[in-house]
Design a protein around this ligand. Structure first.
Ligand code: HEC
Ligand code: HEC
Ligand code: HEC
Length: 133
């Protein structure tokens, strides 16, 4: 015979331990990341703030876009990217992405720390000197 009472208590304790870190984070600063968009270059754009592509696209696809850029530059020597809205950009991590997003720690890193990814790009590419307001 199983002692269902003890099993139930064990189960409740177990779930409590597993869930604790999640429950504990509710309502604390460790919640959803809020990447900041208040760099000088972005504020300069005034009402027409935009990225290379739409925000939704960037959120989902920026890693793939960066790979595309790297391949275009390194393999094909092509440096000019035309966005879906017709705007043109120099395909460069340092000179383009990080010119607008000059706050790596409060932008890129906030999301990446949250999902625990550590892009190794900065072993070679120079991260911006933090430039926030
Ligand atoms: C001309 C300035 C500019 C450049 C260049 C730029 N960004 Fe952005 N980025 C922005 C702005 C402004 C937003 C917010 C867009 C909005 O709210 O519609 C943004 C949004 C994003 C987002 C989504 C953030 C969120 O909260 O979901 C990601 C990710 C991103 N950019 C990554 C990049 C990467 C990677 C590059 C280079 C390939 C890049 N950006 C180049 C200005 C720029
Ligand atoms: C809105 C949140 C968000 C912002 C802002 C953001 N990233 Fe990311 N990034 C992610 C997520 C989530 C992943 C992991 C995606 C996956 O594994 O599918 C990722 C993955 C990456 C990767 C691939 C890493 C790997 O090991 O696979 C690169 C490169 C990258 N991001 C560069 C950048 C750069 C550069 C910036 C700042 C200009 C930036 N990201 C800003 C959310 C973000
Ligand atoms: C081992 C060193 C190294 C690492 C690590 C590295 N890169 Fe690069 N990357 C280079 C070199 C070298 C070039 C060629 C520079 C040139 O031709 O202007 C380059 C070019 C690029 C370019 C196009 C040119 C430019 O100015 O940005 C992009 C975009 C790029 N890399 C993105 C990335 C991303 C994203 C990561 C991380 C996921 C990464 N790289 C990791 C060495 C590296």
């Amino acid at each position: 015979m199983y002692d269902s009472g003890k099993i139930l208590i064990g189960l409740v304790v177990f779930i409590g331990i597993v869930a604790f870190p999640f429950l504990y984070n509710i309502g604390t600063a460790v919640g959803k990341p809020e990447p900041r968009l208040d760099t000088p270059a972005i504020l300069e754009m005034g009402d027409k703030k935009q990225c290379v592509e739409s925000k939704e696209f960037m959120r989902a696809e920026h890693m793939r876009l960066l790979n595309e850029w790297r391949d275009a530059v390194v393999r094909d020597g092509n440096r000019l990217y035309t966005g879906r809205n017709g705007m043109k950009f120099d395909m460069s991590l340092q000179n383009t992405c990080m010119k607008c997003h000059s706050n790596k720690k409060e932008f890129c890193d906030r999301c990446h720390n949250y999902v625990d990814v550590k892009p190794y790009c900065w072993d070679c590419h120079v991260a911006p000197k933090e430039n926030n307001l």
